[in-house]
Design a protein around this ligand. Structure first.
Ligand SMILES: C[S@@+](CC[C@H](N)C(=O)[O-])C[C@H]1O[C@@H](n2cnc3c(N)ncnc32)[C@H](O)[C@@H]1O
Length: 254
C-alpha cells in the first residue's frame, strides 16, 4: 500500500492522474451540465474518484481489497468529499444487483486489464452498469511501450528484443505478473460490445523515456513536462508509444 501511494505521489504517478482527468473532462462536459453518477470499477484508493468528486460528481468505488477502500474513504474524508464518494467491496465481475442495474452516466475501469485473464469478459462486465449514451473510460499499460522502456531505461537490448514478442511483464510496484495490451487490440473489442466513437489517448508519452527521474521532482521541470504531456496525449503518433493508453467511448446500445 505504501509503495502504491509513493508511486501515486511521484511525478510519473501524478501525470497519470492529471492527464487521465483532463481527457475525461473533455468528454464529461458533453454528457450533462449537472452532477453525474460515476462508477469507478477496481477504483483502488480513489485516485480518480476524489478528482471527479471534487468536480461535484457522485462516485461509487468498487474494489475487492478492503485496504484500498479504507484508504479511499480516508481520502474522501480528508478532502471533505465523503458525501460524494461511496465505497463498495465487491468483485467487479459479480457486482451487487443495485450496482449492476445502476444505469450510471460514467464507468471507469483504470489499470485493471493488465491483471485479468479474460479482457473481453472484464470489459463486458464493466459496460453492464452503464446507461445507453453513457461514457466509458478504460486505461491500461501499453504493450508498445515495453520494449522501448526496457531499451531506454535499463539499456538491456537483449531484454528489449525479447519484449517485442511477448505480452508478459512484471510490475515493480506490486511485484505481480502482467499481461500487456494495446489500444489497437482493445478498441475493436469495445466496438463489438456496443461502443462507438472510441477515442485513443496516450498517458506519459514522454515521461518514461526521460531517464533522469530526479529532475522530474524539480517543480519547474515537472510543470513543463506536464504541459508537454497534455499537448501530446491526443496527438498521433505519440499516443501509440505512451506508457499507458486510455480509451474513452460512448455506449450506444444496451
Ligand atoms: C493498479 S490498481 C488501480 C486502482 C485505480 N483504478 C487507479 O488506477 O488508481 C488495481 C486495483 O484493482 C483491484 N482489483 C483487481 N481485481 C479486481 C476485481 N476482480 N474486482 C474488484 N477490484 C479488483 C485491486 O484491488 C486494485 O485496487
Amino acid at each position: 500500500m505504501s509503495a502504491w501511494r509513493e508511486w501515486q505521489e511521484a511525478p510519473w504517478g501524478r501525470l497519470r492522474y492529471v492527464v487521465g482527468e483532463v481527457n475525461l473532462v473533455r468528454h464529461l462536459d458533453d454528457l450533462a451540465d449537472g452532477p453525474l453518477r460515476v462508477l469507478d470499477l477496481a477504483g483502488g484508493d480513489g485516485g480518480d474518484a476524489v478528482r471527479l468528486a471534487a468536480r461535484g460528481h457522485h462516485v461509487t468505488i468498487v474494489d475487492h481489497a478492503p485496504t484500498m477502500l479504507a484508504a479511499a474513504a480516508e481520502r474522501a474524508d480528508a478532502g471533505g468529499l465523503a458525501e460524494l464518494i461511496t465505497c463498495v467491496q465487491a468483485d467487479m465481475h459479480a457486482l451487487p444487483a443495485d450496482l449492476a442495474a445502476g444505469e450510471f452516466d460514467v464507468v471507469l475501469c483504470h489499470n485493471l486489464l493488465q491483471y485479468v485473464d479474460d479482457v473481453r469478459q472484464t470489459l463486458s462486465s464493466a459496460l453492464g452498469p452503464l446507461r445507453a449514451g453513457g461514457l466509458f473510460s478504460v486505461m491500461a499499460i501499453n504493450r508498445h511501450s515495453a520494449p522501448l522502456t526496457v531499451a531506454v531505461r535499463e539499456m538491456d537490448l537483449v531484454a528489449a528484443m525479447a519484449a517485442l514478442d511477448t505480452d508478459q511483464a512484471r510490475t515493480q510496484t506490486f511485484d505481480a505478473a502482467l499481461t500487456l495490451h494495446t489500444a489497437e487490440e482493445i478498441a475493436p473489442v469495445l466496438e463489438e460490445l456496443g461502443c462507438r466513437e472510441v477515442r485513443h489517448y496516450g498517458i506519459r508519452c514522454v515521461c518514461d523515456y526521460v531517464t533522469d527521474d530526479e529532475r522530474k521532482h524539480d517543480p519547474a521541470f515537472y510543470n513543463s513536462l506536464e504541459r508537454l504531456e497534455l499537448a501530446m496525449t491526443a496527438r498521433h503518433p505519440y499516443m501509440h508509444t505512451a506508457r499507458l493508453f486510455q480509451l474513452i467511448t460512448r455506449r450506444h446500445e444496451k
